[in-house]
Write a protein that binds this ligand. Structure first.
Ligand SMILES: *Cc1c(COP(=O)(O)O)cnc(C)c1O
Length: 354
């Protein structure tokens, strides 16, 4: 492995559901893929994935993209002109984790709303939309929801809230965008089809490289007109690909094999939360865990802070992310089983002196 300094993979990887590796079945689907030139619409596997996701999300059309970040950035640019604004929860991925892309590539302002665990209510959005004719405030063009809300702790937006935001958007002439990085997780929790959850949304995407277990890829969906514009920006941003069918085949495999099992990840996340909630120094209400994300705090009198605890866990082959001095996030996925989660909880307890 000369020149390859890949870090050792921890035995129990709870840092993120992005850390999954393709299964043998997925790799087999990949090597069997029929491919062509994607940007000339000649890659049959990519076209099949796009049609499949458009149907899954209840939209007219879809486009395959390398990442979820690019889905968000393209959607912002299609919906907004430079100087326009989007309303999003203060913890939104588009605010804190996309390298300032909204401003840099779209000239788009993001006005943060003070939601609870990543979820705001329609009244907050309505209050933040400037009155018609107001030339001082930026023109709000877009409402954004993140399903599930990552830094909210995997919180699921109720369908009624999304519908109400859709009605508000329609009334005020705005669009509604869903960052659906973990939409399928939310769908598992809600017991509702993804298309129903995203019905009020003008654009929506899902990530293939998170809980669905693919090595890369995301699919953005919307109307024919929206997707035609999205393609223009995809080309501009360097997102147009060639034999992307090898990646799209992973996506098709994931839709067939990795959706029904998401409930298992949710049960493991809840088990983990239940197992650590009474550890001295941990502040966590396990009933807030709705999907595959467990965010917990370390109290002032905890045996150690988040970075030290994270480092000590790595020594034991367990990775749980430190998100600041006292905040930690654990994410379950298809490469961690119940026994792994139980072991991680036991080690955490031992380290914190429980
Ligand atoms: C991961 C994530 C993204 C970005 O997806 P990438 O495929 O990593 O670019 C966007 N939004 C949310 C909520 C995410 O969790």
């Amino acid at each position: 492995m000369a020149g390859n300094t890949q870090a050792a993979r921890p035995r129990i990887e709870l840092y993120s559901d992005t850390r999954t590796r393709p299964s043998a079945g997925m790799l087999a689907a990949m090597t069997a893929a029929e491919v062509g030139d994607e940007q000339a619409f000649e890659d049959p596997t990519t076209l099949a994935l796009e049609a499949r996701v458009a149907a899954l999300l209840g939209k007219e059309a879809a486009v395959f993209l390398p990442t979820g970040t690019m889905c968000n950035q393209i959607a912002l640019q299609v919906h907004c002109r430079p100087g326009d604004a989007v309303l999003a929860d203060k913890s939104a991925h588009i605010i804190g984790f996309e390298g300032g892309g909204a401003g840099a590539t779209g000239g788009v302002n993001i006005l943060p709303l003070d939601g609870v665990r990543g979820v705001y209510v329609p009244e907050q959005a309505a209050a933040a939309i400037p009155a018609p004719g107001n030339r001082y405030a930026p023109r709000v063009r877009l409402l954004e929801v993140e399903q599930s809300a990552n830094l909210g702790g995997g919180t699921v937006w109720p369908v009624e809230t999304i519908d109400a935001l859709g009605a508000l958007a329609e009334e005020r002439g705005l669009a509604l965008h869903m960052d659906g990085a973990r939409l399928m997780n939310a769908a598992a929790t809600l017991g509702q089809p993804a298309a129903r959850i995203a019905r009020a949304c003008d654009s929506v995407w899902l990530d293939l490289s998170k809980g669905l277990g693919c090595p890369a890829g995301a699919v953005l969906a919307g109307s024919q007109t929206f997707i035609a514009e999205a393609w223009r920006i995809k080309q501009r941003m360097g997102g147009a690909m060639r034999q992307s069918g090898y990646l799209a085949a992973c996506g098709l495999y994931a839709l067939d094999h990795n959706i029904d099992r998401l409930a298992e990840d949710h049960a493991n996340a809840r088990l983990f939360a239940d197992s650590i909630a009474d550890v001295p120094g941990i502040v966590l209400d396990p009933t807030t865990v709705e999907t595959n994300i467990v965010i917990f705090q370390l109290a002032e009198d905890a045996a150690m802070g988040a970075p030290d605890l994270s480092a000590a866990l790595v020594q034991r082959g367990i990775r749980i992310g430190a998100f600041g001095p006292t905040t930690m996030r654990a994410v379950t996925h298809l490469d961690v089983d119940r026994a792994g989660v139980e072991e991680a909880a036991a080690e955490l307890r031992a380290l914190l002196g429980g």
